[in-house]
Design a protein around this ligand. Structure first.
Ligand SMILES: Nc1nc2c(ncn2[C@@H]2O[C@H](COP(=O)(O)OP(=O)(O)O)[C@@H](O)[C@H]2O)c(=O)[nH]1
Ligand SMILES: [Mg+2]
Length: 308
């Protein structure tokens, strides 16, 4: 089949194929990606938070809510730990399985292998494809460890931080600097004890937080993803934030930032790959014949020649 043509005709198998191309860095993917750029008007929502905080269950609820209005949704579940773990991702797929047969929902898991940690450039490329395919909403779920939270904020229009009443959850988020990148905070598992206290603490802390772009006030909401309680309010808050971005001309800079992230990922990957394969030049640095900068310049130049 002509994948590109089928893709633009809305064939989901073509989308799946194209995503695989992009994920494995195949040249066919590059061409399609170029054609796909700038199409679509998806809202990109990042969900981040510790493993087990309920991101997948919450995403499932959000999908249900947008589907009720007849809007379509795609989910990218990113596992930054390893391409081989699969465990968490399998759980995610099962949790969202009730949407399995729904033509308006597309779920894809990706390992963020190859990147220096965090969200891989391939993920951002996948976003571009999903957007061009015409989904109204794209939810990106990342296991929130370290760099991935910060990365997600750079690519998502709205970043939702999912916390729980569990002791230490919010403290962890503070330490990791995640609090600063959250546009909306959901205290999930509000059926468990300690919820009201953590909400109070978060609201107090946010009062003293540095101001956000164009005066956005980060809302703290409560959800019980297992029953669906709070889903409508969470979706409303996400839409409020999107409207805020729109009104203040902040959406376009996000898209540019997304592209910047992609370019940076390519540079990183090129650098890592070529340095691994170049014993000679690296040895020249060890013996002082070349400076690291000289060796790096040669490596990158060579990699670029091969790449184009
Ligand atoms: N009690 C309770 N359990 C929840 C809630 N939301 C999710 N869970 C459970 O928490 C576990 C982890 O949820 P999951 O969505 O996989 O978390 P993720 O790792 O952040 O994606 C699952 O067993 C869910 O059923 C909630 O609001 N209350
Ligand atoms: Mg999950």
């Amino acid at each position: 089949m002509d994948v590109a043509q089928s893709f633009f005709e809305g064939d989901r198998r073509a989308l799946a194929r194209a995503l695989t191309w992009v994920e494995s860095g195949l040249p066919e993917g590059e061409a399609l990606l170029r054609a796909a750029r700038g199409r679509g008007r998806a809202r990109v929502v990042g969900l981040t938070g510790s493993p087990g905080s309920g991101k997948s269950t919450l995403t499932d609820r959000l999908i249900g809510a947008v589907r009720e209005r007849g809007q379509t949704a795609a989910v990218l579940a990113v596992d930054p730990s390893s391409p081989f773990t699969g465990g968490a991702i399998l759980g995610d797929r099962i949790r969202m399985m009730r949407h399995h047969k729904d033509e308006g929902v597309f779920i894809r898991s990706m390992a963020s292998r190859g990147s220096l940690g965090g969200l891989a450039g391939a993920t951002v490329a996948a976003l571009a494809l999903l957007e061009a395919f015409g989904f109204d909403w794209i939810f990106v779920e990342t296991v929130g460890v370290g760099q991935s939270e910060v990365d997600i904020a750079r690519v998502a229009d709205t970043t939702v931080l999912v916390l729980t009443p569990a002791a230490g959850d919010a403290v962890q988020a503070f330490k990791a600097g995640v609090m600063e990148i959250a546009d909306v905070i959901a205290v999930n598992k509000y059926d468990l004890p300690g919820g009201a206290r953590i909400v109070q603490e978060l609201r107090t802390t946010l009062e003293f937080a540095p101001p956000r772009p164009a005066g956005w006030k980060v809302p703290v909401l409560t959800t019980i993803a297992t029953t669906g309680e709070g889903t409508a309010e969470l979706l409303a808050a996400i839409e409020d934030h999107h409207r805020h971005l729109e009104e203040h001309g902040l959406l376009e800079p996000h898209r540019i930032e997304r592209a910047r992230f992609e370019v940076a990922s390519v540079i990183q990957q090129l650098g890592q790959e070529s340095v691994r394969e170049s014993d000679e030049l690296v040895a020249a640095v060890a013996t002082g014949r070349l400076t690291p900068r000289q060796a790096a310049a040669r490596l990158v130049a060579r990699a670029l020649e091969l790449g184009d």
